[in-house]
Design a protein around this ligand. Structure first.
Ligand SMILES: [Zn+2]
Length: 376
């Protein structure tokens, strides 16, 4: 049994955290409703804003209800500013936050939180969450012990919450499609049946362009033929044309012929490492890239695309991952890189060689882009 005071303190802390979350969402929505720049403000800045709002407003309107609200707001924000890095939250805390339930399977190693509009599955020591049916890699591994799993607070704040209640996004008008490789750069090596990645990416990009134009979008391709375009030039083309979104189309390769499936990459947040090197940020990971202004939108765009792509015939959902790709770093708009399947596996490469399947890929990408714009 916990001493009564400890139990009380714990309950209060839970409430405080919950309040902070609600407040954060309210401020975020306020900003997104009042200016497009809102989403480009990093999370920490939002917290500081709350603090300033809380301190500043009482001076202007002493004694008002609004004032007291702001003081509380500042306190909540303050608690967020000093949250210890590497903080973890138990699944029971998360289920309380969403008025849901927790259940465990596989000897307590696999946990599920179910709430209104939420089904979150995770696995002890795993970094991949299954969030409402889509695999999304977090930024740290799930900790705890069987039957008592805990997930990183950063993952809750920066991965799960933004996907459960995504920002209002201005509907995109101009889309940049970037067919990977080209010219002397053929792309994936050792492919089955001499499939050339550069030709397949261009084929999908052209199909996608037709579909998007039919839906009223303007479309910019980084290459319309078989020519070499540097990675720097690709994002420069998107930026120069003031595109609202950038989707890089690629196909994958692996040593194992059994590797298959779809994965969507976004740039890691500043200070975070790529999914392949989880929890080991290098000096490179510490720098702020232009595209980091869109961390949350990148994630939501990736989620919309991966949700559609995993519905493709026999496609395996390999998840949303983070990768420090040069082509993403400098994009001044939400940007993702979609690996549309493996050219080295016999079953998947046979599907990709079929024009009907590539049309299905283009359809899924188009639906994902439309879903992003309409916040479906
Ligand atoms: Zn590629």
């Amino acid at each position: 049994m916990l001493p009564a005071a400890t139990a009380k303190a714990r309950k209060f802390c839970k409430k405080l955290q919950f309040g902070r979350q609600i407040l954060f969402l309210a401020i975020r929505d306020f900003y997104s409703a009042n200016g497009h720049f809102a989403t480009e403000i990093p999370l920490i800045f939002l917290h500081s804003q709350t603090l300033l709002l809380g301190i500043g407003s009482p001076m202007g309107f002493p004694g008002s209800f609004f004032c007291r609200g702001c003081v509380f707001a500042a306190l909540f924000a303050f608690s967020g500013l000093f949250a210890a890095p590497g903080d973890y939250l138990g699944l029971d805390v998360l289920s309380d936050r969403c008025s849901g339930t927790v259940s465990y399977g596989e000897g307590g190693r696999c946990g599920t939180v179910r709430g209104k509009n939420l089904e979150l599955q995770c696995r002890l020591n795993g970094a991949c969450y299954r969030l409402n049916g889509v695999n999304v890699y977090g930024q740290c591994a799930v900790a705890g012990q069987p039957g008592r799993l805990r997930i990183g607070r950063d993952d809750w704040d920066r991965v799960i919450v933004p996907l459960l209640s995504p920002l209002a996004v201005a509907p995109p008008r101009r889309i940049c499609i970037d067919p990977g490789h080209g010219g002397r750069d053929a792309g994936a090596g050792r492919t089955r049946g001499n499939l050339e990645e550069k030709n397949l990416t261009l084929d999908v990009a052209k199909r996608l362009k037709i579909l998007l134009k039919k839906r009223g979008f303007e479309v910019v391709l980084t290459r319309g033929g078989d020519q070499f375009v540097s990675l720097e030039d690709r994002s420069a083309i998107a930026n120069g044309a003031k595109c609202d979104l950038m989707v890089c189309v690629h196909f994958n390769a692996a040593d194992s012929p059994r590797a298959e499936g779809i994965e969507t990459y976004i740039l890691p947040g500043q200070g975070y490492s790529s999914t392949a090197r989880l929890n080991s940020p290098s000096a490179k990971d510490k720098k702020f890239c232009t595209n980091n202004r869109y961390d949350e939108k990148n994630l939501y765009l990736a989620y919309c695309l991966q949700r559609e792509m995993k519905g493709l015939r026999s496609a395996i959902d390999r998840g949303i991952k983070r990768g420090r790709f040069k082509v993403l770093e400098d994009a001044d708009c939400p940007a993702v890189l979609v690996e549309c399947g493996f050219l080295t596996g016999s079953r998947e490469s046979a599907r990709i060689a079929d024009g009907n399947y590539r049309q299905a890929i283009a359809n899924a990408l188009c639906e994902g882009i439309c879903a992003y714009g309409s916040r479906k």
